[in-house]
Structure formats: C-alpha cells, structure tokens
Design a protein around this ligand. Structure first.
Ligand code: SF4
Ligand code: SF4
Length: 75
C-alpha cells in the first residue's frame, strides 16, 4: 500500500468522522467556507448540511470555526 495513502487512512480512523448536531446548527456556512478540501456543503435555504468523508482530511478547522459548537469528531 502507498505510504501516503496509508497515513491518510490511519489519520482518518484515529480522528473519526465529523458529526453535526443539526438541532444546534444555524446553517451559517462558516464550516463550509473554512474547509479547504470542500468536504462540507451547506444549504441555508433548505436547511441541509452535508459532509463528504472521502474529501475530509480531518483537520478540525470546521469544528473550531462553528459558532455554536455543533460539530465534533466521533469515532
Ligand atoms: S459553522 Fe456550525 S452552525 Fe454554521 S453551518 Fe457549520 S455546523 Fe452549522
Ligand atoms: S475536518 Fe477539515 S477537511 Fe474535514 S470537513 Fe472539517 S474543515 Fe473540512
């Protein structure tokens, strides 16, 4: 297995998945704007929040940016 691929895979497993408590979410889009790999899509009108596990590099920037702390890593 390619070493870089293995590192990314291990990092993803170690961190877990990004989960959003939608009852708290304001659909403000701050998480989407700070996500460089574009793993988050927010539709404020339709109150939709989507996260793409394959694109996410588990950097945690979205979690730090969320004003209501509705995001977290879950293993
Ligand atoms: S930053 Fe937080 S409140 Fe805003 S859309 Fe993202 S998860 Fe929802
Ligand atoms: S952890 Fe990083 S890459 Fe993953 S959704 Fe949040 S900002 Fe994007």
């Amino acid at each position: 297995m390619n070493l870089l691929y293995k590192f990314i895979k291990d990092h993803r497993i170690a961190k877990g998945d990004v989960q959003n408590d939608l009852a708290m979410c304001l659909y403000c889009g701050k998480c989407q704007r700070c996500c460089r790999p574009k793993a988050i899509t927010v539709n404020q009108k339709e109150k939709k929040w989507e996260w793409d596990s394959d694109k996410c590099v588990r950097c945690g920037h979205c979690i730090a940016a969320c004003p209501v702390k509705s995001l977290r890593f879950v293993k």
